[in-house]
Design a binder for this molecule. Structure first.
Ligand SMILES: [Zn+2]
Length: 200
């Protein structure tokens, strides 16, 4: 089910069900401070309830954007890093096989190749995997109002949250990609500063 807000006579999509991939938590909080409800009567604070919603990750280059056009953003924007050695969660992957000459397509469900044990036990084979890709997917908030970064496996897209120890490794992995080490406010440094793990 699509989630929408309506301001200045314009309805804009903020996400689908719990996944608010078009709008950030800080943006919703700012709107809630200015308006109790939108023009269709939606209570803005409903979207700030902890532990329910997945918010758009606060990409530094989107700071200060006009959120009434946030549905123009790339809803699936993600940032990939090599797994810096943290525990991950996995799901099955759908591989699509097409018949030579077209048509007769098949979806074959296989264990995620990055789930080495399950993949090995399935009897399937893959190219060697030395480092698996992860992506920064969403931001979530716990009951204390603290942000939690949600990552996803690059192969199977299974999302998971991380511990504070893992977050430290993820921050280091992001900083290794910093292409402006002399700039204290570089994009990568800002992203790293916005990675949060659960401290419990
Ligand atoms: Zn996976």
């Amino acid at each position: 089910m699509g989630e929408y807000l309506c301001f200045n006579g314009r309805q804009y999509k903020i996400g689908t069900c719990e996944s608010l991939y078009y709008i950030r938590h800080d943006e919703l909080k700012e709107i809630a401070e200015l308006h109790q409800r939108d023009e269709s009567g939606t209570l803005i604070t409903d979207y700030l309830q902890p532990k329910i919603f997945f918010y758009r990750f606060p990409w530094p280059d989107e700071d200060g954007q006009d959120v009434s056009y946030s549905d123009n953003r790339d809803y699936s924007r993600k940032y990939t890093i090599a797994n810096p050695g943290i525990e991950t969660a996995h799901n099955t992957v759908a591989c699509h096989i097409k018949a030579e000459g077209g048509g007769f397509g098949l979806n074959v469900m296989i264990p995620c190749p990055a789930d080495t044990e399950a993949f090995k036990n399935s009897g399937l084979r893959s190219s060697p995997i030395n480092i698996t890709p992860l992506h920064i997917a969403f931001e979530k908030y716990d009951e204390n109002g603290s942000p939690l970064t949600i990552l996803g496996c690059g192969y199977c897209r299974q999302m998971f949250r991380i511990t504070e120890d893992d977050a430290e490794k993820v921050r280091a992995a992001v900083l290794r990609k910093d292409n402006a080490p002399e700039n204290p406010n570089s994009w990568h440094k800002k992203v790293a500063a916005r990675i949060f793990g659960a401290s419990y």
